[in-house]
Design a protein around this ligand. Structure first.
Ligand SMILES: [Zn+2]
Length: 184
């Protein structure tokens, strides 16, 4: 496997005597430049040079808002699998994260089960730059955005600030995001 070379916009890639300018490039005074940041692609057979957007996977960084699924519950910690970083390229791998009880809300949270539960879909902010990424759901937009009833598995609907199951006529306590998906 050849090593990929990353080029930046305006970087000189060659001259037209050598190469045919391909996608992601432009020509000026017989020289070929990159028009974007990306990976250099030289095709020796066609003698063409081009640049394609970087395929490097997106990784979570401090301050990113991520969407995740709760995959495990421990005494004071929810284990979360990050499935999307908002505003970034799709993820190619799995990123594990943790939501500690102290990072759930501005208010005191007695039990992590009062905040999230297994399979809940949450929005959270990344607070560390390494795995397992630490998460916070303190902001109003953050917290659970979709959850199902622990009794019947039906959708929970946000009604008067609580998450209700209409089948069982019960509500479940959670740290609910202002962006909860199902509202009455
Ligand atoms: Zn139910």
């Amino acid at each position: 496997m050849s090593k990929t070379k990353i080029v930046s916009p305006g970087e000189k890639l060659g001259v037209i005597e050598e190469y045919i300018p391909g996608s992601g490039t432009y020509e000026e005074d017989g020289k070929i430049f990159s028009s974007m940041a990306g990976e250099l692609e030289i095709d020796p057979k066609n003698r063409s040079v081009g640049v394609t957007p970087s395929k490097k996977p997106a990784v979570p960084e401090v301050g990113d808002v991520v969407e995740g699924i709760v995959v495990g519950m421990k005494e004071d910690v929810a284990l979360v699998k990050i499935v999307e970083i908002k505003g970034k390229r799709p993820l190619t791998g799995d990123f594990s994260a943790q939501l500690h009880i102290s990072q759930v809300s501005k208010d005191y949270t007695k039990s992590i089960f009062d905040a999230v539960n297994l399979n809940d879909r949450i929005l959270a902010k990344v607070t560390t730059g390494w795995a397992p990424y630490q998460l916070s759901t303190v902001d109003d937009d953050l917290g659970v955005i979709y959850a199902t009833c622990t009794k019947c598995g039906g959708d929970l609907v946000l009604k008067k600030g609580k998450l209700y199951c209409t089948n069982d006529n019960i509500s479940e306590k959670k740290k609910i995001s202002r962006l909860y998906l199902l509202k009455e």
